[in-house]
Ligand binder design. Structure first.
Ligand code: SAM
Length: 495
């Protein structure tokens, strides 16, 4: 715990001077003159001197000459998740090594899900279901609660491929219903996988249909709408979960014959503060939870304790007021009243690996420039003050010119005003330099994103340590190019 605290101190010292970059919204980049006010002066001077094209060409090159931008990236990397103590941050192979060091041999089952779901979801559920299955076998928990289970991608695989009893809990009844229907369809597809794979016992369960069937074909011909798992080993409950939710009665109600006293709590992409709600549920002894595997997402939806203005209004309206604070959760950062800020949390939800891997700066930054320039037009030309957050949506990619963009954006904003094309063209020419600067700003934000995400995740881990859970770590589960929110918090209460 001490090692983690001192690493957090180090990261905070590094991050604090750069938080204004992370907390500056690109919409105001030109109108608030962020180039002068938030970009570090050494980077600004270098770019002003050499030009963006030159600085970016060096940045993308395989052997960049060290300059202020590449040095910023290098020093930032020393503060992302990889830099935390190896006991706190593990990759997937390390996680399995830990299990083996505890004397457990991981399941030797393999299968590939194809076409039934998007590549991203497929990758996530394949990896996470196996990991949850292995940890649950080790922990002896054969009932798994999937919080924010959504359409049941993870839950159904845990029930079908690994024979667990699963309780999916979601606040939206449309998701609980969707999970049932999707699982029934998925089951048919699953049988074709079982047939092709040597890893699964080729037996037919008929919990609903009592008649004996000799082949899968016969079974599905007769009972094409019946399910092996829905309503028996995979149940769904619609409930808004808070840290005060009592888990055990929900399980007892759905799995009446259950004799087990300890359960596993999992969640794939538990958005905003739902992730920390899961951690708090795990700590609460009355919930009898032995294992936690939680992958969070949507950090911008986290309710921060010490920020005065934690959300954009539209986000705030979508939130449920019962939600508890999701950052910071560790006593250590709470005592410091540590603040990230809403745009910094938004920044943590970026996909920097994808951006840096593609080496494409035009596609991601053209919409940002258009939006920032539109803001100048709104404020300077139309005199519209106090624009907090005007949503124009993903318009830029649909427009060939900035001119077209402005016309469409004003329509979306329902601003009934004459558009002067000449003024717009002049504006576009005048602020070309700002487009170049936005590219640099964008790279800086992408670079800071993993540091902020790391801080959020390590605050959660420290909270578990502070509560006496020593068997806990952050693990990198998914390929970041497929699934950017790819980290899980895994925790186990050992007897
Ligand atoms: C990002 S989705 C993830 C769904 C699913 N786990 C998946 O990976 O496909 C988050 C889900 O959590 C549910 N959710 C959000 N807050 C919740 C809460 N407090 N209690 C229960 N469900 C919640 C939402 O309805 C949504 O289905």
């Amino acid at each position: 715990m001490e090692q983690l605290r001192s690493k957090l101190d180090e990261v905070i010292i590094y991050l604090k001077p750069y938080l204004p970059i992370a907390n500056s919204h690109v919409v105001n980049f030109i109108s608030n003159n962020f180039w002068e006010t938030v970009i570090p002066s050494d980077i600004r001077k270098e770019v002003d001197l050499k030009g963006t094209e030159f600085v970016l060409a060096n940045f993308w090159s395989d052997y960049p000459i060290p300059d202020s931008l590449t040095c910023f990236v290098t020093s930032s990397k020393l503060n992302n998740l990889n830099s935390y103590p190896s006991s706190c941050y593990l990759n997937l192979d390390d996680v399995y090594n830990v299990l083996q060091s505890w004397g457990y041999n991981p399941i030797d089952k393999s299968f590939k899900l194809k076409e039934f779901m998007a590549a991203k979801k497929m990758h996530e559920v394949e990896v996470m279901a196996k990991l949850v299955a292995d940890f649950s076998h080790y922990a002896g928990t054969d009932i798994i609660i999937d919080i924010g289970g959504g359409k049941g991608y993870l839950s159904s695989l845990l029930a079908l491929a690994y024979n667990f009893n699963v309780l999916g809990i979601d606040s939206q009844s449309i998701n609980s219903e969707g999970a049932k229907n999707r699982t029934i369809k998925f089951e048919k597809y699953w049988q074709t996988i079982v047939k092709k794979s040597d890893s699964f016992e080729k037996k037919i369960f008929c919990p609903i249909a009592k008649e004996k069937c000799n082949t899968y074909e016969e079974y599905y011909e007769k009972y094409s709408k019946k399910s092996n798992v829905v309503g028996s080993t995979y149940k769904q409950v619609t409930e808004y979960v808070t840290e005060h939710t009592n888990i055990v009665p929900l399980i007892q109600n759905e799995f009446k014959n259950n004799k087990k006293k300890e359960f596993a709590l999992v969640g794939l992409h538990t958005c905003g503060s739902l992730a920390t709600t899961c951690l708090k549920l795990f700590i609460e002894s009355k919930n009898c939870l032995k294992l936690l595997v939680n992958v969070g997402c949507c950090y911008h939806l986290i309710e921060e304790e010490f920020t005065v203005n934690p959300f954009w209004n539209d986000v705030e309206n979508a939130l449920n007021s019962n939600q508890s604070y999701g950052f910071p959760v560790s006593k250590y950062l709470k005592d410091q009243q540590f603040i990230l800020g809403r745009d910094a949390r938004m920044c943590a939800s970026q996909s920097p690996e994808k951006v840096f891997n593609s080496k494409d700066i035009i596609n991601p930054t053209k919409p940002l420039f258009y939006r920032a320039l539109l803001q100048v037009y709104l404020v300077e030309e139309l005199g519209i003050e106090n624009i907090t957050r005007c949503h124009v949506g993903r318009l830029a990619h649909k427009c060939l010119t900035f001119n077209e963009y402005v016309h469409k954006a004003l329509k979306r904003l329902q601003l009934n005003t004459e558009v002067d094309d000449e003024t717009i063209n002049k504006l576009y020419d005048k602020y070309q330099i700002e487009y170049e600067r936005i590219k640099i700003f964008f790279i800086l934000k992408q670079t800071l994103a993993p540091i902020i995400e790391g801080l959020i995740l390590m605050d959660r881990l420290l909270y578990l340590y502070e509560q006496g859970i020593n068997e806990a770590f952050v693990a990198k589960l998914f390929d970041p190019l497929l699934s950017p929110r790819n980290h899980a918090i895994i925790a186990l209460k050992k007897n």
